[in-house]
Structures are given as C-alpha cells and as structure tokens.
Design a protein around this ligand. Structure first.
Ligand SMILES: NC(=O)c1ccc[n+]([C@@H]2O[C@H](COP(=O)([O-])OP(=O)(O)OC[C@H]3O[C@@H](n4cnc5c(N)ncnc54)[C@H](O)[C@@H]3O)[C@@H](O)[C@H]2O)c1
Length: 351
C-alpha cells in the first residue's frame, strides 16, 4: 500500500455498479480512484474522463479502440494495476472469475461483485456480518443486492436475539433502468423455477447459521426489488422491540406509508430530492407502519435499490482488505458520513 497516504483503488468495469463504486471511492477521505478500466467506447467511458478519472482499456486492443474513438486513454488494465493498491472488479457476471487470475498473478488485492460465486474468493462480505473475517484478506466477494439486504435485516434481528428462522418472497426487478430498451419482461410475471431461490443459500455463504429460505419472481419493472418476509422469532415480542432491532442498523432505513412513501417510485423520488448521486438508496428501506408482530411471528416488507445497496459494502470491503479500519463500526460510520447514509431519519423525523 501507498505508505501514509490514501489507498489507490482501481475499478475494472465502469458500468452500473462500477461507476457508482468509483463515485463513492472519490467521496472518501482515505482512498482515491487510481483509474477505471473498461472495453466500451461509447458515452459511458467518456463520463469517466469527464469526472476526472484516468481511463484504461482492458487490453491493448481495447485501449487502441478507445484512443481511435477520441477517448483520452492512460493505458491498459495492466498499467492500471501497477498504480493501484486494490482492484474492485465490476465487470459482468462470470468475467471477474477469469480476471481474478490476472489479479493473483500480479499479487494485488481484489474485490468481486455478487454475480460471481462464493468460491471465486472463498469469502463473502456484508459489512455488519463479516467485516472481521475479511480483515487483511487478499480478496472478498461483495454479495448481490438481494443477499446484502437479507443479511443486513436478519443480522439485525440476530444481534437482538430475536431470530429463529426466516422465509422470504422476493419480487425482483426485470432489468436495470438504463438497459430497459435491450431486454426485460413486459405484461407477465416470471417465477424462478426452483424453491429455494439462490438468495437464501447465498446469505448462508456470509452467515452459515442463518435459517433462511427464499422464493423469487421476476416482475415487469426496473426501479428496485421488493421483499416480503415472514420470520419466526425466538420468543413472543412486541413491535417496538423489533423496530429497535432494525433501527440499530444504520444501513436499514425505517420508512412509513403514512409519510407518503407508498411505493418504490416515491422512495426513489425522495432519494433524488435528497440530491444523492444517481438517486441512490443505499439502505434497506423497510416500512415500519406496515410491520406486524403476532406473538412470536413477524411480518414485514422492504425495498432494495439493486443498483445502490452494494456500494457502501464495497467501500467497507476495501477498508477491511487493506486493514485501513480494523473495526467494522468505524468503517461503516466513515462510509455512511461520506455517502449521506442516515439522511432519511432526518427527513422522516420519527420511525
Ligand atoms: N446491476 C445491478 O443491479 C447489480 C447489483 C448488485 C451486484 N451486481 C453485480 O455487479 C457486477 C457488475 O454488474 P453491472 O450491473 O454493473 O454490469 P454492467 O453490464 O452494467 O457493467 C459492466 C461493465 O463492464 C464492462 N466490461 C465488460 N467486459 C469487460 C472486461 N473484460 N474488462 C473490463 N470491463 C468490461 C462493460 O463494458 C460495462 O461497462 C456483476 O457481478 C453483477 O452481478 C449488479
């Protein structure tokens, strides 16, 4: 690492997740963007250079094509890895699994995203659950958006001693908004072919003790995912205790129907009004007034902004792998402050 100065972070793959990761890194006072690498030559890498990030081509051919397209190219991924302390791979599913061989050969620490399998790094990361076991490791995988939300919420219940088992139904957005001209579904619902869907077992890759089963259906919209959960508690509890458990996590925002946040688009509009980058909802947005406790049974629903929820986790994963913060709470607080996480509580006033 660059002794005594900021951690230099390379971002490989400047798409939906990569561009958000780069923006978030740039907002931290203890890290900086060493550069971003990609293969495309259209408007997207142009935004990287406009933001002041150094742009690299994934290979010599890609760098050449970028130069030919009039882009200001600093070199290849190989060059970028030479000026970085760590690389966050945000390339599409399964490409990172190939790239990690390059990172291993170069001896550079790396983070992959949720499109890759747990086995690619042997460690799966959610800040509130597995920060300590990621400390000073060579690599980790920030789990998918849905899995991140599951681990955050169930960890909060577990920390309060309330979690026995959890069963969830996930309504999954069909595609990302900016790609909705390319694919997605319309006028139908597509059930995942198997129960359990993969998110429950994936949550167990972070915390093997979780008793969790998920079912999922793809729905024809692009804004966010919506989860419905039924949880058996360890004992009869009241609503306030459960809300206290969720409120103890800074990455769960308690929102209210009676505040007008009655649908996914309304919550996204609030993120835009807050002036958040890309209208990002980094938190799990959980409806406190809809939540119901019946004896030892708990029912609730929440929204997951799939494009945003893994961004703070990625920042914390950088601090864990590099050992910049030895304490999860310290890193989470730094990330939250830099990204404006916590601002919802100020707006809504009460839970
Ligand atoms: N989109 C989401 O909502 C979401 C949420 C959580 C996790 N993830 C995960 O994040 C990862 C990235 O997903 P995304 O949605 O940002 O994908 P994306 O398609 O939006 O972006 C990928 C970027 O990588 C570039 N790329 C492709 N091949 C490359 C290569 N060989 N070298 C360098 N760059 C290359 C593409 O040009 C593109 O800019 C995946 O593992 C995905 O599963 C995505």
């Amino acid at each position: 690492m660059n002794a005594g100065s900021k951690t230099r972070v390379a971002v490989n793959g400047y798409g939906v997740i990569g561009k958000r990761v780069a923006d978030a890194v740039a907002r931290q006072d203890d890290m900086e963007v060493a550069g971003v690498s990609d293969i495309s030559v259209d408007w997207r890498p142009r935004m990287a250079t406009q933001k002041g990030f150094h742009l690299y081509g994934a290979t010599g051919e890609h760098a050449q094509a970028m130069g030919d397209a009039g882009l200001d190219v600093a070199g290849t991924l190989d060059d970028l890895l030479g000026v970085a302390d760590l690389v966050v791979d945000c390339t599409p599913k399964r490409i990172a699994a190939v790239n990690v061989e390059i990172y291993r050969q170069r001896g550079i620490k790396f983070i992959v995203q949720g499109g890759e399998k747990h086995e690619v790094t042997g460690h799966s990361f959610v800040a509130e659950a597995s920060y300590a076991s990621a400390l000073n490791r060579k690599s980790t995988r920030v789990v998918s958006c849905n899995t991140t939300s599951i681990v955050r919420t169930l960890t909060a219940l577990k920390h309060a001693g309330l979690l026995r088992r959890a069963r969830g139904t996930l309504l999954r957005r069909a595609t990302d908004p900016w790609e909705s001209h390319l694919g997605g579904i319309m006028n139908t619902l597509v059930p995942e072919p198997e129960i359990p869907s993969h998110q429950g077992p994936d949550a167990q890759s972070v915390d093997p003790d979780l008793d969790v089963i998920t079912m999922a259906v793809k729905v024809p919209e692009t804004l966010a995912h919506l989860h419905y959960w039924s949880v058996q508690l360890t004992r009869a509890a009241n609503k306030e205790e459960v809300l206290d458990a969720f409120a103890a996590s800074s990455r769960i925002a308690l929102i209210r129907m009676d505040a007008g946040l009655t649908a996914l688009n309304a919550v996204k509009e609030l993120m835009a009004d807050l002036g958040r980058a890309h209208d990002n909802l980094y938190e799990v947005a959980l409806w406190s007034d809809m939540l119901k406790v019946e004896g030892d049974e708990l029912f609730y629903a929440y929204m997951v902004d799939n494009q945003a929820i893994v961004i703070p986790e990625t920042i914390d994963a950088i601090r864990a792998l590099t050992g910049m913060s030895r304490d999860a709470g310290e890193s989470i607080a730094k990330t939250n402050a830099a990204l404006g996480i916590g601002s919802l509580a100020d707006v809504l006033g009460r839970r």
